[in-house]
Design a protein around this ligand. Sequence first.
Ligand SMILES: *Cc1c(COP(=O)(O)O)cnc(C)c1O
Length: 403
Amino acid sequence: MIPFSPPRIDQKIIDEVVDTLKSGWITTGPKTKLFEKKLTAYAGHKTTLCVSSGSAGLELMLRWFGVGEGDEVILPAYTYCATANVIIHCGAKPVFVDVNESDFNISVKEIEKAITTKTKVIMPVDLAGFPCDYDEINSLVKKENISKLFIAKTKEQKSLGRILVLSDAAHSIGAKYKGIKTGSLTDISVYSFHAVKNITTAEGGAICLNLPEPFNNAEIYKDLNIKSLHGQTKDAYSKVKIGNWRYDIVEAGYKYNMTDVQASMGLVEIDRYDNNMIVKRKQIFDQYSKELLKYEWAKIPVYETPEKSSSYHAFLLRINGIDEEKRDKIIQSIFDKEVGVNVHFVPLPMMSFYKNLGYNIKDYPVSYKNYSCEISLPVYYNLSKENVQTVIKAVVESVEENI
Ligand SMILES: *Cc1c(COP(=O)(O)O)cnc(C)c1O
């Protein structure tokens, strides 16, 4: 059986985790702080706060910006539920928009149509690791006729004076747009280090702060650090220093901190990410593309253009001319050949919870079309060239049996 996406757990990772366990300091401490510094240096944004998950990071930033009841947040219909669920948690309304047929990412034209006086945030998702059209999105929120619509309620909203661009970069650490890495491309970006992501800390996430003037990102980091730890003015690590026991609670904060056990995995991965993990993933993408291009039915995902390069997170193959039912049959045949594949993603308006709120997939025809013929192929560090050939053979045979 070729699994879909096992994590890379080698001796280096094990040694670093054991080192943390033996150190006696297992929750947020020096390794988390070091991982934050490395992430900032890696992607070039202003500062980083590590958190317990990508979802926690997204929600914390919506709360920080004061998103709540009566507000709208624009996001693609084609994403994982985390992007939308955090909006619901805040009491705001997710406004789904359709995506591009070409690259699965949010359509800037559709964003523009969806903006109202209630819009507070746009959450683009770098789907499968391919960056969105950030020049267009960043200039859209600054356009006079658009920023005029913005109604600022909180101090943060007044300082920004326009819609916030909070990018869901769960898939895209290491991806580039015009030479700049995700993390530095928008006001705020959030990475996920969930077990299936390019860098994993088992569970975990990071908030990349890159807010413009007049924001002081270092000050915001301090506030968020408190917000992510119950509103407590001192974290556990500073409290254990002799005599430093007294602290205050300044708000009813959250419990969103990353632990040093998690950070130790991330520390190993970030150091070898560009020269090792990314290289390997790109090789797998190239091998799939080269071999599958031979088939007329195969639609290869866009993962490199003169302006953009992917983080090669997921290979979203499409099969031309099939419907959802046929796609499901093909997936079953692939599974029967002992190869694990997946679908990224079932559009959220098709999920019961969102359907029951009144969203209808008919309003997102491109998302539906992309989804109904999509099959994600395995991509991970330990997938050998021979494994890739096995996957390709299983896919080709399964398509040809069913088409
Ligand atoms: C994985 C994922 C997230 C959430 O990350 P967690 O760390 O699991 O909370 C958010 N958005 C997308 C698109 C994802 O795939």
